[in-house]
Design a protein around this ligand. Structure first.
Ligand code: AMP
Length: 477
């Protein structure tokens, strides 16, 4: 599949995506759009940055435009669930872009903002509802939204929704949608919990998988800096002396720490804003806008708030604190590798985080090269031979991975690098999007793994899972 025309999307949609600058379908789009147009249930395993939003949005728009339904008060025809406000907003914006030549109405609803305009839009009637689960349930419970007309139910970033504890909300929403429907589930990762959800929601789905978990990581120049917890702020300030640190996302594990890091940066004369769950929605949007426009150099974020951020030209991702869920590391560093760009991801690691580092290296299937040429190198942490100990965690119970067993914990492997700077060759074009407010466009990367359309039933190999009978064979040859 080399062209959007081959995908048989209608002319107004083709026109819109041409204007967006999309020339060829990305692998996830080529892999899922034909099945979605045929009305099949689809399980898509793809990360952000692969073009997954268009993969589910374009066929939806095509089908709704063909059906020419008149919008019905309170009764949308399609529901798209997303874990966070940011992602929901992003999906809504993409849909507006793609739907600019089709007469369809879309509304994005999420918590933390006034419910009134959402109620009014539903009352007037919309075709597509993009929602976070909690707010959608509120609207349903208050009698402002009725899902009995829904024909297409899409769940985006299902893994994250489960991490955030939305399973019961999802089940309630699903139960309110007629059984005769098309269900589409996208997830960046496929842990057993997501497989279980997919088994329950999807009927005989076509599975399309692109970019195995580590692929994003391969595009990013990853660096590891061992540093004592107390030196992290000074190391951060030091790194900002590098003028190539133009557009930097800094990740912390907690909201509190995000605020502290932001304050410290501002005190050091580095323009920064924080974005996390305690910030009002308009403050988050303001920070994001300023960051996207290059008005501030740094955005300090927690994982939840950062989901769905699609900002061009992020030069660096700094893991000020390593995530306690290894998957989050891939999501984090993927912020700088969007749409096939490359970038630099620097991970700070202190003694307490060695166990997290081990988990991460396991999941990305590589050792992150250590950079010791900085003033705060913690040699004792780098050379530690004791078994890493997992810190006692507070906060929301996520998907914990087992405590790493054995291993020296010392770093004998992984190449050394001597600066935190952008590589001089090979990565020079990485930053072409910087300062340009429009999106990076996905381009096929030579050697990029093509869509691997397995056609297997989710959970097929899972031990103790449901028997995998009647699986659909979709091998693409
Ligand atoms: P997503 O994975 O949906 O977050 O998309 C990542 C980025 O790729 C977004 O900025 C999209 O606008 C862009 N994009 C999606 N599909 C294509 C395509 N076929 N060609 C070029 N850019 C694309």
């Amino acid at each position: 599949m080399t062209d959007f025309i081959d995908l048989k999307l209608s002319k107004p949609i083709l026109r819109a995506i041409t204007e967006e600058g999309y020339k060829t379908p990305s692998p996830i789009q080529a892999g899922t759009i034909p099945s979605l147009l045929e009305g099949e249930d689809v399980l898509g395993i793809a990360q952000t940055g692969t073009g997954k939003t268009a993969a589910f949005a374009l066929p939806l728009l095509h089908k709704l435009a063909e059906a020419q339904h008149k919008a019905v008060s309170k009764k949308p025809f399609a529901v798209i669930l997303a874990p966070t406000r940011e992602l929901a907003g992003q999906i809504g914006e993409n849909i507006q872009d793609y739907a600019r030549y089709v007469p369809l109405r879309t509304k994005v609803v999420f918590g933390g903002t006034s419910i009134r305009p959402q109620i009014q839009a539903l009352f007037r009637g919309i075709h597509i509802l993009v929602a976070t689960p909690g707010r959608l349930l509120d609207l349903m419970n208050q009698g402002h939204c009725d899902l009995s007309n829904v024909q297409t139910f899409i769940l985006d970033e299902a893994d994250r929704m489960l991490d955030m504890g939305f399973i019961h909300d999802i089940r309630k929403i699903s139960a309110a949608i007629p059984k005769k429907r098309q269900t589409v589930l996208f997830s960046a990762t496929m842990p057993a919990t997501v497989k279980g959800l997919a088994d329950g929601l999807l009927r005989d789905p076509v599975t399309v998988e692109v970019a195995p978990q580590a692929t994003t990581a391969e595009k990013v120049d990853q660096q590891l800096m061992y540093v004592d917890q107390g030196d992290k702020r000074a190391l951060l300030d030091h790194l900002f002396k590098d003028s190539e640190m133009e557009k930097v996302i800094i990740f912390t594990r907690t909201k509190h720490r995000a605020d502290r890091v932001t304050r410290n940066l501002n005190q050091a004369g580095i323009t920064a804003a924080a974005i996390h769950g305690n910030k009002a929605q308009n403050a988050r949007q303001r920070a994001l806008k300023a960051f996207a426009a290059g008005e501030i150099r740094a955005l300090v974020a927690t994982d939840v708030a950062a989901r769905g951020i699609d900002v061009d030209g992020i030069t660096h991702v700094i893991n000020f604190e390593l995530p306690n869920e290894a998957d989050s590391y891939i999501h984090r560093i993927g912020r700088t590798a969007r749409a096939n760009a490359t970038g630099i991801a620097i991970a700070f690691c202190c003694e307490e985080e060695r166990a997290y580092l081990k988990d991460i290296e396991k999941i990305i299937r590589q050792s992150i090269p250590m950079v010791e040429d900085h003033p705060f190198h913690a040699a004792d942490v780098a050379n530690a031979t004791s078994k890493p100990v997992r810190p006692v965690q507070g906060g929301r119970g996520g998907r914990g991975r087992g405590t790493p067993k054995g291993g020296s914990g010392g770093r004998n492997s992984g190449g050394k690098r001597h600066t935190g700077q952008r590589p001089k060759s090979g990565g020079e074009n990485a930053n072409t999007g910087a300062g340009k407010p429009k999106k990076n466009k996905w381009r096929k990367k030579p050697g990029n793994k093509a869509a691997n359309k397995t056609g297997s039933k989710p959970g097929g190999n899972r031990s103790g899972g449901r028997p995998n009978s009647g699986s659909k064979s979709r091998a693409s040859h």
